[in-house]
Design a protein around this ligand. Structure first.
Ligand SMILES: O=C(O)CCC(=O)C(=O)O
Ligand SMILES: [Fe+2]
Length: 283
């Protein structure tokens, strides 16, 4: 039996007491769900009207809310900063099509699935973190900071467990001391992706933007903001990649992340998807 969620939000791999009747068209959808979807307690009684509306049931005649797992992960990440689960990236990628998420590439002309591996500085793209830090520990950063409109949601996934954690730090800008907020909101950085340059603060339009690979301080407030994020690493929380097919969904507006030192694990590999939320609510 594949692990397919039906419109009630259950997966077929749930314990029998919570298992929904097997849907009629599991085979039709098996390519979508060729992997393990986490069996979590159902949080909402009904999937959103949108999911129900866009349910593939319309085409297959069965009632399946394929947007459900990603809907829950994204909603949790937007509330808590991050959320994790288990599943195949290809499945989430398909599910994203049913949500208000626009996929984007980190650099023009690149695939929308990034493969993140430890690389030596000489092999890394210009202005990337790897160009400066190689396979060593990365500093806290947001993804896509070189873009005028960075991704809102980042999904990281690891097919295999890794002993190297991803460090997570969630900022709470409006509870941050006033002087620090001033540095973050008014210190200006030069953002330089190697082709274009522009000035931007580390916090603006309700989101963080920070990446020492492509941003350097242009004034003293930005230098203090830089130091603030360097110190924040000490209070970051380790997310451990302990199981196959783990996924980590990040609110890239509110959370900075960093890979710990991966020099001893050249085989470490994460895949990444990035999205803009079509309707970003104001914070
Ligand atoms: O490998 C990781 O844990 C994260 C890597 C990362 O954040 C990046 O390359 O931008
Ligand atoms: Fe990153």
């Amino acid at each position: 039996m594949g692990e397919v969620r039906d419109c009630e939000g259950y997966t077929a791999s749930c314990p029998p007491s919570t298992r929904a009747p097997a849907p009629a068209s599991v085979a039709v959808l098996s390519w979508l769900t060729a992997g393990h979807l986490a069996c979590e307690p159902r949080r909402s009684a009904q999937p959103s009207a949108r999911v129900a509306r866009t349910c593939l049931a319309r085409r297959t005649g069965a009632c399946m809310a394929i947007g459900n797992q990603l809907t829950e992960l994204v909603a949790a990440a937007r509330k808590d900063g991050w959320a994790s689960g288990t599943g195949k990236l290809e499945v989430l990628r398909v599910q994203a099509q049913w949500l208000e998420l626009t996929p984007m590439a980190s650099r023009r002309g690149q695939s929308r699935v990034d493969v993140l591996r430890p690389v030596d500085p000489g092999d890394a793209p210009r202005r990337s973190l790897s160009a400066t830090y190689g396979s060593g520990a990365q500093p806290l950063h947001t993804d896509g900071a070189h873009l005028s409109s960075p991704p809102d949601i980042v999904i990281l996934s690891a097919e295999s467990p890794s002993p190297v954690p991803t460090m997570l730090w969630r900022g709470d800008h409006w509870r941050t001391p006033y002087e620090v907020r001033e540095n973050l909101a008014h210190g200006l950085f030069i953002v330089d992706d190697g082709t274009a340059r522009f000035l931007a603060p580390a916090f603006g339009s309700g989101r963080y933007r920070f990446d020492p690979g492509c941003m350097r301080p242009a004034d003293s407030r930005a230098r203090r903001a830089f130091a603030y994020f360097e110190e924040a690493l000490a209070s970051a929380i380790a997310f451990n990649w302990t199981e196959p097919d783990q996924v980590l969904v990040l609110d890239n507006r509110a959370v900075l992340h960093a890979r710990a030192d991966a020099a001893a694990t050249p085989e470490r590999e994460l895949k990444r998807l990035m999205f803009r939320v079509k309707k970003v609510e104001r914070r």
